[in-house]
Design a protein around this ligand. Structure first.
Ligand SMILES: [Zn+2]
Length: 297
């Protein structure tokens, strides 16, 4: 079990309230899954909260009273959590409801649903009753990006604990490197990933710098932007570095550029083709940066 970094108030709240239906929200990498595990270990620790890490229960990993369900990635399909992972179905395998009904080996059973926004509607509906009235020994933890992303019927039956990005000072104690810290944007999980993949992060910084240079001297190409978009699609988002650069622009251009970035992220998430997006994007950026250049005499 790893001790979550930061989030002291959330930890104190969970230890005090021990909710049976919990919705943990916040950005990817901020520590939601680590906190969910910490909560699960604390519930079964012989010494209570915070989990000691040394008792009979804390030494078990995997733990027989902890279950974690995550979306399954199909070929070219949006990953989902199908209904057969939640309820018994003919020919179906292990499922959450059967698992959670059975008595715990220690004291409490904790099921974590990572990516609760990816529950299919049937799966979410199957979960409702248990979420509302869990067995006395059971806890359900839904992990999601935000409350809005989860079906309202699930969110309204859960206690939401929102994890915000940590202050940079807290992460600087782990690694004081401006590029890696910028990439992490307050999420320890992202910082740990960056520490293990520094070359990929540096390459991303170079690509962003190239694009920005091109915008300064008017030679920016859609190809450059397309390359950045394809990195974003493969899980290496350039947004933190673009945000960092745009933050230094004069107020009007800054507002426009940051607004543009939000649209770009949304369009990419909605699977707009990167070619189209890059052509539109570089046109927009040229226009925003064009207003910054002094007019020719
Ligand atoms: Zn313990």
């Amino acid at each position: 079990m790893r001790e979550p970094i930061g989030h002291d108030r959330a930890k104190a709240l969970l230890a005090r309230l021990r909710p049976q239906a919990l919705l943990l929200t916040g950005p990817e990498g901020v520590g939601r899954r680590t906190l969910a595990r910490w909560f699960a270990y604390g519930l079964n620790c012989e010494r209570g909260f915070p989990p000691c890490g040394a008792c009979r229960s804390c030494r078990l990993d995997p733990h027989p009273d902890h279950l974690e369900i995550a979306p399954q990635t199909g070929e070219r399909q949006r990953p989902v959590i199908p209904v057969e992972r939640i309820v018994p179905r003919e020919g179906g395998g292990a499922n959450l409801l059967e698992w959670i009904e059975a008595a715990p080996r220690f004291r409490r059973k904790v099921a974590v649903i990572d990516g609760a926004e990816r529950l299919t509607e049937a799966a979410a509906n199957a979960l409702l009753k248990t979420l509302e009235e869990p067995p006395g020994h059971a806890h359900l933890v839904l992990v999601a990006g935000s409350r809005d992303a989860v079906l309202p019927t699930l969110a309204s039956r859960s206690l939401e604990v929102r994890l915000s990005p940590l202050p940079e000072a807290e992460l600087r104690a782990i690694r004081d490197d401006p590029d890696l810290l910028a990439f992490a944007e307050g999420a320890p999980g992202r910082l740990f990933w960056a520490i293990e993949h520094p070359e990929e992060v540096r390459a991303l910084v170079r690509l962003v710098d190239d694009l920005l240079l091109g915008l300064d001297d008017g030679t920016a190409s859609a190809e450059r932007l397309k390359e950045l978009l394809s990195r974003a699609q493969s899980g290496l988002p350039p947004w933190p570095f673009l945000r960092r650069a745009f933050a230094k622009l004069p107020p009007d251009a800054r507002t426009e550029a940051l607004g543009f970035l939000v649209k770009l992220e949304e369009a990419l998430a909605a699977f707009v083709a990167p070619d189209l997006l890059a052509a539109w994007g570089v046109h927009e950026l040229r226009r925003i940066y064009g207003t910054l250049r002094p007019r020719a005499l």
